[in-house]
Design a protein around this ligand. Sequence first.
Ligand code: PBG
Length: 329
Amino acid sequence: MRYPATRPRRLRRDEFSRRLVREHRLSVDDLIQPLFVIEGRDRSEAVGSMPGIERLTVDRLAAEAETIAALGIPAVAIFPVTPAEAKSDDAAEAWNPEGLAQRAVRALKDAVPELGVITDVALDPFTSHGQDGLLDDQGYVTNDATVAALVRQARSHAEAGVDIVAPSDMMDGRIGAIREALEADGHVNTRILAYSAKYASAFYGPFRDAVGSAANLGGGDKKTYQMDPGNGEEALREVSMDLAEGADMVMVKPGMPYLDVIQRVKQRLQVPTFAYQVSGEYAMLNAAFANGWLEREPCVLEALLGFKRAGADGVLTYFAKEAAGWLRG
Ligand code: PBG
């Protein structure tokens, strides 16, 4: 043979043919922007370990929602920073109709009704111990009592007008219990995005700083409910159970270290599948950008495109606004 029988490089030679044969694309339709919300008026706070990310007061959410919607981003996910005095062992602040999350939902839906709003359903921002559930007298996160509390929380979010509740707690049976309660309340169109395959990851550190749960958690971990990083098949079982219980969409979290899990879920179950590029992934990339070791725009866009190639329908990412700006520009 005097020449290669096939030359894949021919199609790579020019931008026009690279564009023609490109298999996957990232668009603004794929992005969800997380937002941290704080008490107070007309102020914002930087998050030290997440450069460029700010916690905002509820009155500043309207302007933020307008910016995000103008960029074409379909939805935001809100995370309240609960003041220390509102935290308790029973996490009652989680279903306070005047709680930060509930007020944030109302403010966002008033300001920009067409922007989708997602709330996190889990107790960690509200518990004095920083765990996602309620503790029994041995200090174990108890399942069924926690599910009852999560149901109260999800109902109060739906009452406030949220579009999507996203249980991120990993208790057994919570999707079914929440779905049943929402149906009973007449919230038949409140969607459930289940954090089905959420791993006990070391990449959540900056988020726990951002919402102020790190100190409460102390040296504790979440290994008795979040998944073991060594497991892949178990993710399919978790996703299948959540779908059977009424989940509309499922999530794999964290993102980049778990692309294989996203691919398996999408290929085997063929349901709307989301990835969460978590705070540690954001912090890690930003540290490299700040040092001049990596270039910002191409690295962010490549990392996000990787989720699409793996099979994700969308990505929760702290880069959403920035990426939307680049994709539109
Ligand atoms: C709460 C929750 C966490 C994240 C989202 N929801 C933290 C945790 O499970 O400890 C992490 C998100 C991130 O790191 O960006 N259950």
